[in-house]
Design a protein. Structure first.
Length: 254
């Protein structure tokens, strides 16, 4: 015989709290799933852009807006401007501390692109001692893809200037203000390009593969749904099963 349990005010409040908790955690779980779907859509768009035909120097010179499609592959010809090479500090690769090496590439007298050429390790002891890299003279070919500017890092100084002396110390930067740097170079940049050629010239190019990164969102979604299920199971256990078992074990006499 199943004993009908009293529905007290406390029971009503517990039920309300359970409903709110379950609804909230389920909504958060679906929100994480929607975030994962957005990332997958963005990843699909990036893959689609990378599969578009390779843009050449002639394409850029004919219409600079051709390089408005982020992550599109390019094959450019131009001359390096090594005197304006910049070393972005605190940019690790494969767990090692080092610099991103960035050099302007002049396509013609009026058009420049800024190329993230590769990575070099930082000296273990002397931070300002930079490894030697080779910067070919004359016309060079660069393969890569259009990329966003380097993400800014927290810096204790707001200065973005450096002088054009021969000291490599003056070329080490924490961040790079593209507008200010363009003024220093003496022109504007039509695009920012990530060089994807094989390692050469003392530079490594083991750039991370662009992924959707949905694993974290899916894990969070699972945790929210699990929390919702846990709340519901605890509610059923403490509000129904345990009182019922208690009533069966200790029946009240009429």
């Amino acid at each position: 015989m199943i004993i009908s349990l009293p529905r007290t005010r406390a029971f009503a409040w517990v039920t309300l709290a359970m409903v709110i908790g379950v609804v909230l955690t389920v909504r958060l779980g679906f929100w994480q799933l929607s975030r994962a779907a957005q990332k997958e859509e963005r990843q699909a768009a990036i893959v689609s852009q990378m599969e578009v035909g390779v843009l050449s120097t002639a394409d850029l010179l004919a219409d600079p807006s051709n390089f408005g499609l982020m992550h599109q592959r390019v094959k450019l010809e131009g001359q390096w401007l090594p005197q304006h090479t910049v070393y972005l500090d605190n940019r690790p690769m494969n767990g090692r501390a080092g610099f991103w090496v960035i050099t302007p590439l002049q396509l013609n007298a009026y058009t420049l692109v800024l190329v993230q050429r590769g990575w070099v390790p930082r000296h273990q002891v002397e931070r300002t001692l930079l490894p030697e890299i080779q910067t070919p003279t004359g016309v060079v070919q660069v393969q890569g893809r259009v990329t966003p500017p380097p993400s800014p890092l927290l810096s204790l100084t707001t200065t973005s200037t450096f002088d054009n002396t021969d000291s490599k110390v003056n070329h080490i930067r924490q961040n790079l203000d593209l507008d200010a740097f363009a003024v220093q170079v003496g022109g504007s940049f039509a695009a920012m390009v990530l060089q994807t050629d094989a390692a050469s010239e003392g530079l490594l190019r083991d750039w991370p593969v662009i992924t959707a990164g949905v694993e974290k969102n899916l894990a969070y979604a699972f945790q929210w749904f699990a929390l919702a299920a846990l709340q519901l199971m605890l509610y059923i256990w403490f509000q129904f099963i345990q009182p019922y078992r208690h009533a069966r074990r200790f029946p009240t006499s009429n």
